[in-house]
Design a protein around this ligand. Structure first.
Ligand SMILES: Cc1ncc(COP(=O)(O)O)c(C=O)c1O
Length: 355
């Protein structure tokens, strides 16, 4: 029995997927099997025809992303953003009111939000204070048998990488027992630190990716689950029919072309350059206590008074992300790195508040 079958929630294991017209397939020249319109939509460019359903899943996009990420096509599932990947994993592996996941705060809040929405338990193994590393000791205190462990690498909102040896310790600890899901939404900012090359040799390792961050395509809603084929097959049983809109698949294919990836790399470098300059200037401000080291396109900043800073900036039209509600992050705000003008406006405003 595959690991995915062993861990699958019972209500999913024997689920027969919905047989959409494209999933059933069939080759012909007169397709009358999906109740589509034979005519084009209003005001469409002549070369576009969107009246037909897209592929069940865009296999050309999975293949292209696999080439980009360094993994075979059957290790890739295209999803509507990484968020859909989180939702699919929780629904596929967790039985409501019985199973649980582990989260390591401070981290991305969607893991426990989605778990709670599906009545799945949430166990907490907080990261270590200040360094925000996995605390292996905390996992020993987890008494239940979690099905999924969510890690974020680099972590949002702290901006740091997790130690590889700790992640390895967790995949070993949970081998045959749970999947370790590594959310690599920000990995383009530090591509050599991906765990992607460990997937084939680690059956319980799953990676989440997105085009929403370094690829600048947040509105297009394209993400990927990278995992061994047994996990991918289980998730694709559950995914909605025709999840990926055809125009979005085409935009994504273009972004993943050789030129598209080079373009992303240049923009990424520009963001990293801006981040370094902003970091230096922030540290000099009287309102700032600490700027945490970051490998991403955002900075976690400890302010003397985060509420005053947040409100002052908001009253000048600058909106940061308040982190003060997270345990251990009192008076912390997260700043996304924008373009030069955005950053100048932010720094000027903070300097005025200081004055
Ligand atoms: C760590 C992390 N994972 C996933 C997401 C969501 O990505 P997507 O836009 O692909 O759903 C975000 C968005 O902020 C994120 O920070």
């Amino acid at each position: 029995m595959s690991l995915a079958d062993k861990l699958a929630a019972p209500q999913i294991k024997d689920l027969v997927p919905y047989h959409s017209a494209r999933r059933i397939g069939g080759v012909g020249n007169n397709y009358l099997n999906a109740n589509e319109s034979p005519y084009g939509a209003y005001d469409m460019p002549k070369e576009e025809s969107w009246e037909r359903y897209p592929d069940f899943l865009p296999s050309d996009l999975a293949a292209k992303y696999g080439l980009y990420a360094g993994t075979p096509e059957n290790f890739v599932l295209t999803t509507r953003g990484a968020d859909e990947g989180i939702d699919l994993l929780i629904r596929a592996f967790c039985e409501p009111k019985k199973d649980s996941i582990v989260v390591c705060p401070p981290t991305y809040a969607m893991y426990d939000f989605i778990a709670e929405a599906h009545q799945v338990g949430v166990e907490v193994a907080s990261l270590t204070p200040l360094e925000f590393q996995v605390d292996i000791g905390r996992f020993k205190g987890i008494t239940g048998k979690p099905k999924l462990v969510f890690l974020c690498h680099p972590n949002n909102p702290t901006g740091n990488l997790l130690r590889k040896s700790d992640v390895k310790a967790l995949t070993d600890h949970y081998a045959n027992e749970a999947l370790v899901v590594i959310d690599e939404a920000y990995i383009e900012f530090t591509p050599d630190d991906s765990f992607v090359h460990d997937i084939a040799s680690t059956p319980n390792l799953v990676i989440l990716r997105t085009l929403s961050k370094a690829f600048s395509l947040a509105a297009v809603r394209i993400g990927f689950v990278l995992a061994n084929p047994d996990v991918i097959e289980l998730l694709s049983k559950l995914i909605a029919p025709y999840p990926i809109p055809d125009p979005c698949a085409r935009i994504a294919l273009n972004a993943l072309s050789e030129l598209g990836v080079a373009f992303m790399g240049a923009q990424r470098d520009r963001i990293l350059f801006t981040r370094k300059a902003v970091e230096k200037k922030l540290i000099e401000l009287a309102c700032v206590e600490k700027v945490y080291p970051s490998v991403t396109n955002f900075l976690l900043v400890h302010f003397k008074d985060s509420k005053k800073t947040f409100d002052y900036l908001a009253s000048h039209g600058i909106i940061l992300r308040d982190q003060a509600h997270s345990p251990g992050l009192e008076n912390h705000l997260r700043i996304t790195i924008g373009d030069d003008t955005d950053m100048e406006q932010l720094l000027e405003c903070l300097a005025c508040m200081d004055a």
